[in-house]
Design a protein around this ligand. Structure first.
Ligand code: MSP
Length: 516
């Protein structure tokens, strides 16, 4: 893996669903982390995409009267359009139906089969299968004796002749890997969960199906199609150039972070590393499993009207507030509840009254009293605690992001927002400009405040790229925000004479509040 490379992935989403805020939660959090690493100057490769094979897809297509291919082609744009609205800056978008991926699945299967350890073998299998999970269950793991514990729907009894992957042979290697790399599964509770599953004993799993044909045919036995999870997990190495571009693959692999939801932990932290080991490849450096979003305390689903499409919230709050809310309100790693009320509250307190108000007051006073030009009045002595705090915040923010403590990281940046607002209340520049001889002191206060805004624009750019861009433009700084690095968030970078403008409010009041 390259020294300065940062490879982060989202899961690939099942294309037959319409995106809801649970899926988008992963996309936004991952994009925040990826953008932060760009801000650090790393070569970031952020990968996302769609999972387009399997029985679930084939059945959904049939139910709609489509061929599977036509069906996935018609559904896939519905995901990309949401990512566009959410400012998700992925570097590659993979669809498992692309030829580049089908080639890699075949290569990976051959690599595992040819490893000399007989890791793929033919056997017949009978079991309880959950189609939405695309996974078999043991009878004792079912809810109420017959339901999938995740989907709470009846499982199906399937009997097939399948090829199997000898997962059971990898328990010791997996335990050794996790002992040597204590951070490889995060958070800690998920790591413990994975270790206990491995210690409890691993069963081989079937990697092929014959009862349907929507998948990648096994290269040595095309009557079988590859199991959708084996196929889907391989997307991460397809995009990194496995078997196609060795130099690029050496640069990118192993991935730094697979960002996933807790429901697909076992596939990422047990199946996938074992598959990679069997193929002679390194396991990912880290699997980071976040929690589940609920709505009104309930699981999101299409049937109980809790499946909220991101556009409903985007229309009401805009993209910046959307991104901010989910990374700030839901503790990353834990389950969390979405509610309109908490989102409206965050919007008002943190964005409209917090950052938005800070920017509009400072820019309005600069406009009114200094023709918008930043005064030549950088005086640390008059800037209160802002210079030291700004540097401390930038450092702690970066340190929290390094630990993927994204919720804490955002909270740290808002310490600076709060302090800058407090500083204005304390120094009262609006009074100073009217007092005799007060203009010089007001100039110092406004320099300090505008400089804090510049630093804030840099720090929030991974969280709210669009609002950060608007703030940057209002500050009138000629360099591009995208070219700024974390090191530029150091005190004193704002050049006197920079011509600011008080543009539109960054976070206008919500309509409800305007009603009498
Ligand atoms: N296709 C598989 C992943 C294959 S990755 C090689 C899949 N797709 S999914 O569309 O069902 O889920 C995609 C992601 O969305 C998963 O990380 C899942 O955890 C996440 N979420 C689905 N519902 C969610 C919530 N309610 N809350 C948070 N994340 C949720 O699984």
């Amino acid at each position: 893996m390259g020294e300065n490379t940062f490879f982060i992935t989202t899961p690939i989403y099942y294309v037959n669903d319409v995106p809801h805020i649970g899926h988008a939660y992963n996309a936004v959090a991952t994009d925040f982390i990826a953008r932060h690493h760009r801000l650090r100057g790393e070569d970031v490769f952020h990968l996302t995409g769609t999972d387009e094979h399997g029985l679930k897809l084939q059945r959904a297509a049939e139910a709609q009267g489509f061929s599977p291919k036509d069906w996935v082609d018609s559904m896939e744009p519905r995901w990309r359009e949401v990512w566009e609205r959410l400012d998700i800056a992925y570097d590659d978008y993979i669809r498992t139906t692309e030829p580049r991926h089908e080639t890699v699945v075949a290569k990976l299967l051959e690599a595992v089969r040819g490893n000399g350890r007989d890791d793929i073998y033919l056997d017949s299998y009978e079991g309880l299968y959950c189609v939405p999970c695309e996974a078999y269950y043991n009878a004792e793991d079912l809810a109420e004796g017959e339901l999938c514990p995740i989907h709470e729907r009846p499982v199906e009894h399937l009997r097939e002749e399948n090829y199997f992957f000898r997962l059971s042979a990898y328990a010791d290697a997996l335990l050794a890997h996790y002992a040597a790399n204590p951070d490889a599964v995060q958070p800690e509770s998920r790591r413990n969960e994975v270790l206990s599953v491995i210690r409890g004993g691993l069963q081989d799993f079937s990697i092929s199906r014959t009862s349907f044909d929507w998948g990648v045919p096994l290269p040595w036995d095309p009557d079988h199609v590859c199991y959708v999870w084996f196929d889907a997990l391989a997307n991460y190495i397809t995009a990194a150039g496995y078997g196609d571009d060795p130099a690029r693959f050496a640069e990118l692999w192993p991935a730094n972070i697979h960002s996933i939801g807790k429901d697909i932990l076992r596939f990422h932290a047990i199946y996938w590393p074992a598959m990679l080991m069997a193929a002679g490849l390194e396991p990912p450096k880290q699997v980071w499993a976040h929690g589940f979003l609920t709505v009104g305390g309930k699981k999101m689903s299409k049937t109980n009207a809790t499946g909220i499409h991101p556009s409903e919230l985007l229309d009401a709050f805009g993209v910046d507030a959307y991104r901010y809310y989910f990374v700030r309100e839901i503790q990353f790693g834990a389950d969390g509840n979405f509610s309109w009320e908490s989102m409206a509250e965050r919007y008002k307190a943190d964005l409209s009254d917090g950052l938005g108000n800070l920017a509009s007051r400072v820019l309005a006073m600069l406009g009114k009293n200094f023709d918008g030009a930043v005064p030549d009045a950088d005086d640390r002595g008059a800037a209160g605690s802002l210079p030291a705090l700004a540097e401390d915040v930038a450092r702690r923010y970066d340190e929290a992001m390094e630990r993927v403590a994204i919720t804490q990281a955002v909270g740290i940046v808002w310490e600076l927002v709060a302090e800058a607002n407090r500083y204005l209340v304390e120094t009262e520049p609006w009074k100073l400009v009217k007092a005799e001889g007060g203009l010089e002191r007001a100039a110092k206060v406004l320099y300090a405040s505008a400089e804090t805004l510049r630093i804030l624009a840099i720090l929030i750019s991974p969280i709210m790229p669009s609002a950060a861009g608007r703030l940057w433009e209002q500050l009138g700084i000629p360099e591009r925000l995208n070219d700024q690095r974390l090191g530029d968030a150091r005190w004193g970078g704002l050049r006197p004479g920079t011509v600011t403008t008080k543009g539109e409010a960054l976070f206008p009041r919500l309509e409800e509040e305007e009603k009498p």
